[in-house]
Each structure stands twice: as structure tokens, then as C-alpha cells.
Design a protein around this ligand. Structure first.
Ligand code: HEC
Length: 114
């Protein structure tokens, strides 16, 4: 009897631990390193998008942090041609997955101006 109680307690403890672990990973954005706006996000947008969006192509200007931050989700959709948003850079090819993933992690980490 005593043994059963211990087994039940251990299972409950195990369940609680697995939930906590999931939560930590979610806020941790899959355990990714911190993505820097200055070192990664800005150069990526500047080099691949601002030939056109530095001056408002299609009504979108990404010439400063605030505008990138405000448009982050449509930018991510455009880089993956998700949700009916046209693939960008226009006409393709799409950016490297590693860059697109870094942009997604940057959003997940709170779109820091770091
Ligand atoms: C060669 C020029 C050019 C480049 C480079 C370019 N764009 Fe665009 N983009 C356009 C034009 C033109 C439009 C408007 C297209 C239209 O209305 O059909 C547009 C539209 C968009 C839109 C709106 C799309 C929609 O379906 O509503 C987004 C978001 C966007 N661009 C993001 C980006 C991002 C992010 C990059 C870089 C990864 C990028 N663009 C690179 C020219 C460009």
C-alpha cells in the first residue's frame, strides 16, 4: 500500500516536471541563443529587402527598427510565402532557412532592439 502511494507521488512529480520543462522551452524559444537586432536582423533586412523597402515598395518601409518591429509578422510570412503573403525578396529565391529561423527566434524573444 505504502509502495503504491510512493509510485503515485513519483508519477505526479514526473508529470509536474515535464510541464515545467515545456514552459521553460517555450519562453526559451527552443533554447536558441539570443538573436541580436544590430548584428543579425538589421543587416538581413538592409541587404535583402531595403533595396526596395528602404523607400516604400508596395507601401512597406523597413528603414528603422520601429517599422521592422511593427511589421515583423508580415515580414516573416513574406519570407516564407505563408498565409497568402507574396514571397519576398520579390521573385525569389527565398532567404536561407537559417536567416528566416533567426528572424522567427527574434520575434519569439520579444523583438528586442539589442
Ligand atoms: C526588388 C524589390 C524588392 C525586394 C528586394 C523586396 N521586396 Fe517586398 N515588395 C516589393 C514590391 C514591389 C511589393 C509590392 C508587391 C505587390 O503589391 O504585388 C512588395 C511587397 C512586400 C510585402 C507585402 C506583400 C503582400 O503580399 O502583402 C511585404 C511584407 C514585403 N514586400 C516584405 C519584403 C521583405 C521582408 C523583403 C526582404 C526579405 C522584401 N520584401 C524584399 C519589392 C521588393
Amino acid at each position: 500500500m505504502k509502495r503504491n502511494i510512493i509510485i503515485v507521488l513519483l508519477s505526479v512529480f514526473g508529470l509536474l516536471m515535464s510541464c515545467t520543462k515545456d514552459k521553460v522551452q517555450a519562453t526559451n524559444c527552443g533554447g536558441a541563443d539570443e538573436v541580436s537586432f544590430a548584428a543579425t536582423i538589421w543587416p538581413m533586412i538592409e541587404q535583402n529587402c531595403n533595396g526596395c523597402h528602404g523607400s516604400g515598395a508596395g507601401g512597406y518601409t523597413f528603414d528603422e527598427y520601429d517599422k521592422i518591429e511593427n511589421n515583423a509578422s508580415v515580414i516573416l510570412d513574406a519570407m516564407r510565402a505563408n498565409g497568402g503573403v507574396q514571397l519576398m525578396p520579390i521573385g525569389g529565391p527565398a532567404l536561407d532557412d537559417s536567416l528566416i529561423n533567426a528572424f522567427e527566434v527574434w520575434i519569439c524573444q520579444g523583438k528586442m532592439n539589442n
